[in-house]
Design a protein around this ligand. Structure first.
Ligand code: FES
Length: 208
């Protein structure tokens, strides 16, 4: 959320409550993916970079593919025009979203080798690079949880220094997560993105 919106919520809570209720009501009959795609288009129309990053991530989490997101933008061409679509693609490229990299767009989802189990200490989180993505891996005994290192708010790549015990605090706006379960425990509203994982013959794998 932008600083201006946060300010308005504090300064004019009654009016803003109606505004958010209105937005919720208008999307009531749409599935989450469609809602997110429409939000992506509105963020491009208003050219709010932070909002675009946030809603592109949300659309991906709600099941939209990168191609569907690009098609939604292209279909909105009569309203957006070429320059706003190009602006949006520039933002996506700058954000270095793994899903939009050319090599990833044609790569089928697969199990990726993250590392040998013994390199992950029990009761602790580790940050690791794997196939072009940065991950946080939390180990609890024989259970592993693998998360994308990017904040679900505005895609900040959260560094290792942001980790303190089980708490991972995004340096940009302070959303704080519990790496034991990925939940957002302070400031924000959305959990870390979690990848499916499995162990086989002493090796941890993640799927994307
Ligand atoms: S990008 Fe805003 S809290 Fe992480």
């Amino acid at each position: 959320m932008s600083d201006a919106l946060s300010y308005l919520i504090r300064a004019r809570p009654e009016a803003m409550r109606h505004y958010f209720r209105f937005l919720k009501e208008t999307g009531k009959h749409l599935d989450p993916k469609t809602r997110s795609l429409i939000s992506v288009i509105t963020k491009v129309h208003a050219q709010t970079e932070a909002g675009l990053k946030q809603y592109v991530r949300r659309a991906l989490d709600d099941g939209a593919t990168p191609t569907e997101i690009l098609d939604a933008l292209l279909m909105a061409f009569p309203a957006l025009g070429l320059s706003k679509i190009v602006w949006a693609v520039d933002v996506l490229l700058k954000s270095d979203l793994a899903e939009f990299r050319v090599e990833s767009r044609h790569a089928a989802p697969a199990w990726r080798r993250v590392g040998e189990l013994k390199r992950f200490a029990a009761g602790a989180a580790t940050r690791i690079e794997c196939d072009g993505r940065a991950l946080f891996v939390y180990r609890s005994g024989r259970t592993f949880r693998v998360y994308d290192s990017h904040c679900p708010h505005e895609r900040t790549d959260i560094p290792l220094e942001a980790l303190s015990g089980r708490e991972l605090k995004c340096p940009k706006h302070g959303w704080t997560f519990d790496v034991a379960n990925g939940a957002c425990i302070s400031v924000g509203t959305r959990p870390l993105r979690r990848y499916r994982s499995k162990t086989e013959r002493g090796v941890l794998y993640a799927h994307w």
